[in-house]
Design a protein around this ligand. Sequence first.
Ligand code: SF4
Ligand code: SF4
Length: 388
Amino acid sequence: MSTTIQDLIVEAERCVACGLCLPHCPTYRKTGSEADSPRGRIQLMRAVAQDLLPNNDRFKQHIDLCLSCRSCETACPNSVAYGRLVDSTRALFIPKKNFVLSLAKPFIRCRALMNGLVRLLKLTQPWLRHTVPAAKLLPPLSTPLHWQTLYPSTAAKQQGEVSLFLGCASQALDSQTLQAAIHALNGLGYAVHIPAQQSCCGSIARQMGDGAEASALLAKNRNSFASAWPILTVASGCGAGLADYLPSHSVKDISAFLAECDWSQVSLKPLAQRIVVQDPCTLRNGQKSHAAVYSLLKKIPQAEVVALSGNGQCCGGAGAYMLTQPAMATQLLNDKLQAIKARDVQLLATSNIGCSLHIARGLAEQNIAVQIKHPVQIIAQQMARAAK
Ligand code: SF4
Ligand code: SF4
């Protein structure tokens, strides 16, 4: 994480300005401005790092508008590490004194505090929905669960041991997916460890320019996940952040892991339904394991598994982006809603809680009824029924 200005300049100079990344950049496609393109941003970063341009509000606006979706990185023939560049730029040149992040820090750092907050919000949510209009947009909260440190395998033949990363948003809003992951892994013969001291992955802090906080959270996770077992993540936003910044550990998306498992001990009940898959950028461009979601879901007999059109473009959720850049986030969300309506989607599978919440909010506002599930929820549900 501790990139220096010199490191940043060296990486930025690897960009040969070919422009092949431009058609893949959602913000460039929307604004048509070179300064909102990957090539333009890299030139700006380099110029500011070399003191050729001032580090002013205009520079900050162009960097802030970047989604960190890394579509440009995937498209780049020269493998310029754009994700690292933008993270370093935010940490070195535009660290934010963000009031919301400052307030959220104690909760992000401490799971017990976070659980207390979620319980309070859950208790008051019906009242909030009646009295505060914006609270209607809050997703239904999960009751925080007490996680055991070990969930033993339930299969006849043991396959191994893994660690599970909980993630703060997944714990608060999507404990069903974490339970489904444990169920699937145990059924396939894996013992699941949940280190009690694990914390937030640090991705939101990094995105907000708080490199010190992101590093502190990573250090906590590095100590908590000290064993050699693979660390499995259910939210690809967390997975990409951990895989990039904890290279000493084997971090894997749950679908990628499950797709490669030995399924001979398990039978899946057929599901005669079309499952439309949305690829989160963090899975597609970060962990580069989006193809595994399709392989995994295709194991379900009779399921028709198809990609949502426009999957190469970010939905606009992008961590805290939906809150910090609502206008662009809404434009990108509308494109996603159009694709969902055009395909008459009934069941949408997505591997990231951020995308799931952002798309669900858009669907609710337009009264479009679509079930959104994590792929592992769909798989576990078919396993559970098969076991009856
Ligand atoms: S990360 Fe995404 S939004 Fe940012 S420059 Fe690259 S393609 Fe554009
Ligand atoms: S594709 Fe790569 S080398 Fe070409 S302009 Fe984009 S970042 Fe630079």
